[in-house]
Design a protein. Structure first.
Length: 134
């Protein structure tokens, strides 16, 4: 119940606007054929940023050099301004006591906004000490 309440509050105050930013980044990435993987990653993170509580982002064990190169390009093209959006929104939400959990959730999204390739979204109930259980 608490996750649902936090997700609803998140959606109203931060999630909708952040998801729009990711969708915009995804649409820009789809314009060029070579950046289609960036668009797919942006849409995946947009869905996560709408309803983040109860899910987590973990690094994929099969991510290789392609993900690293792609992440460098992502930071240059899209990642820095998406991370800045999370930082500004997180600071604004931390001004009130009620917004502190939402601000902290924004800060947790900064790493994935900088390096989204080679990561996956998993439910938190499926996590153990060693990552996602399969």
């Amino acid at each position: 119940m608490l996750r649902f309440l936090l997700n609803v509050i998140w959606l109203v105050f931060a999630g909708f606007w952040l998801a729009l930013a990711y969708v915009l980044a995804g649409l820009v990435a789809l314009i060029l054929i070579i950046t289609i993987p960036f668009g797919i990653a942006a849409f995946r993170i947009a869905a996560f940023s709408l309803w983040p509580f109860g899910r987590a982002i973990v690094r994929r064990s099969d991510a290789g050099a392609g993900s690293t190169i792609g992440n460098v390009l992502w930071v240059i093209l899209f990642g820095w301004w998406l991370a800045l959006g999370h930082l500004i929104t997180g600071i604004a939400l931390c001004i009130s006591i009620i917004g502190i959990p939402l601000g902290l959730a924004n800060f947790k999204l900064i790493p994935v906004s900088l390096t989204p390739l080679g990561r996956e979204i998993v439910p938190t109930t499926g996590l153990d000490a060693f990552g996602p259980s399969r």
